[in-house]
Write a new protein. Sequence first.
Length: 367
Amino acid sequence: MSKFEILSTDGNARRGILSTLHGDINTPAFMPVGTAATVKGVFTDDILKTGSEIILGNTYHLMLRPTSEVVKKLGGLHKFMNWNKPILTDSGGYQVFSLSELRKLTDNGVEFRSHIDGKKIFMSPEDSIQIQMNLNSDIVMVLDECTPYPSTYDTAKKSMLLSMQWAKRCKEYFGENDNSLFGIVQGSTYEDLRSDSAKRLIDIDFDGYAVGGLAVGETQEEMFRVLDFTTPVLPKNKPHYLMGVGKPEDILGAVERGIDMFDCVLPTRSGRTGQGFTSLGPINVRNAKHKLSDHPIDPISQNPICKNYSLGYIHHLFNAKEMLGGMLLSLHNIYFYQEMMQNIRNAIEAQELKGFIKNFRERYNAD
């Protein structure tokens, strides 16, 4: 079971420490995504050097390949991927949601076809928890249905109630455990459904509470509106996790609204396709204007990629289709995110978050 301590606050923003069996996580925290037991193109030793303290693994992908039983036999996910710090695993619900053409929901669970070989698979709430226990995740997520956006009120209510039923079954199966179990608030964009969902989860009693069903097509304004009425009803002494949200300006706005944890594939997926995140806004390193640049990717950052490689070199690697280009840019992007999170934590401690966010946005959107 994890322990969460709030060290300081600034408005609704919280600076805390989440303690797990595999170490402490300073919050607000960003989790790089290691879907198939790897953060694509980045060595775990290098991820550690970025200041990352927790990564996310994925139940859906690992249950299909190599299977959770194989990972368990090989010593659990930490040993399997050479990461001796905390791991959070997604329940697989979002991936099943994204396979809408291949899935069928019932009260008992979800039936879907593997995207790998088309094999029919059934996963119950208990199955999802057992898979994550086989992986030995520090933070286990309940199985939920990620409600599609937009949804009618009736569709959102039906989906939320099914997720709450599954959440209760997950908690019962998880039982007494040294690791942690987080519930997931659903209810689409409807305030009363979100409130009802949160109250039901609080009655079940979880170690942390996630806000799910966002970053699925809604505007930033809509996302913030949902957070404005959702986070205030969550327990203040437990961590709050916004699932799948990773744009820098979304993170800033969510931190202001009381969110402590984030995950997203954006830093590495963007890195593999040539987008670098910088303090002056995102850049496309493939652009011809960077060919002769001897400047670092980010003129402000002191991370090792910026210190050792020019923008012109990274541009060359992408044009030459060298895999090192995507590796270096992915690692740079993770450094950018972790530096941003450290600056956010410092600003909360100093009671200067609003000023930090104002300055960040002015630089980031300068063009």
